[in-house]
Ligand binder design. Structure first.
Ligand code: ZN
Length: 222
């Protein structure tokens, strides 16, 4: 805890002082541009990898960056999505998975999560991912299989996202864009799903990230 205590002190003494205007303006309200849904994994820091400030992105984190279909979950994710989309009127929603994801490893190894009943139950919301990988990639093993599971899971959760009424309504009006990203822990790179090639490609410096098309997208099986 000493590291956290030292950090708190440093933040207050150094960062707050140099960002006074920002925090004053944030005290009047928030207007984030995007909803960022990612894994709870400690190795991902959404503000760090996107180089954004407090107030820029509304963040939802859980084990496996999962979005339960509307009406199927405990309600926490649905409430956050509804608040971000209908009240804060975010213009973009990003689902960002990551390589080496322990949750996706658990999805591939049900026996491994047997001692964790809450995790096991939560991963049922990724059943679509598990089945896609089982049926479409029977020949892929090891770490490659895990990476494909991470990539398929982001797309599966995007489809779940589309079942939420507020998301659907704004998509229909063209007021919302969805993005499928994977953060590669080993290199710090972020990949985005490119619907035309059916693959994930690095997000380049040229131009903004590519939004997904309105219809369901599929990773090209290999
Ligand atoms: Zn993870």
């Amino acid at each position: 805890m000493q590291k956290l205590a030292t950090g708190l002190h440093k933040f207050h003494a150094e960062v707050c002082r140099t960002h006074q205007d920002l925090f004053r303006s944030l005290a009047r309200g928030q207007r984030p541009e995007a909803l960022f849904i990612t894994c709870s994994d400690s190795r991902i820091n959404p503000n760090l990898i996107t180089q954004t400030e407090p107030g820029d992105i509304f963040i939802v984190r859980n084990v496996g960056n999962i979005v339960p279909p509307y009406g199927a979950g405990g309600g926490s994710e649905a409430a956050a999505i509804e608040f971000a989309v209908a009240h804060l009127e975010v213009k973009h929603i990003i689902v960002c998975g990551h390589t080496l994801c322990g949750a996706m490893r658990g999805l591939l190894d049900p026996a491994g999560v047997e001692p964790l009943p809450a995790v096991k139950a939560w991963l049922q919301h990724a059943e679509l991912t598990r089945r896609l990988v089982q049926e479409n990639y029977p020949h892929i093993e090891g770490e490659d299989r895990l990476t494909i599971t991470v990539e398929e899971n982001v797309l599966a959760q995007i489809e779940n996202l589309r079942t939420h009424p507020t998301v659907r309504a704004r998509l229909a009006r063209g007021e919302l864009s969805l993005y499928a990203w994977v953060f590669k822990i080993e290199t710090g790179q972020v990949f985005q799903f490119d619907a035309s090639s059916g693959q994930y490609t690095p997000i380049g410096e040229a131009g903004p990230p590519s939004a997904l098309p309105e219809t369901a997208v599929f990773r090209r099986a290999c």
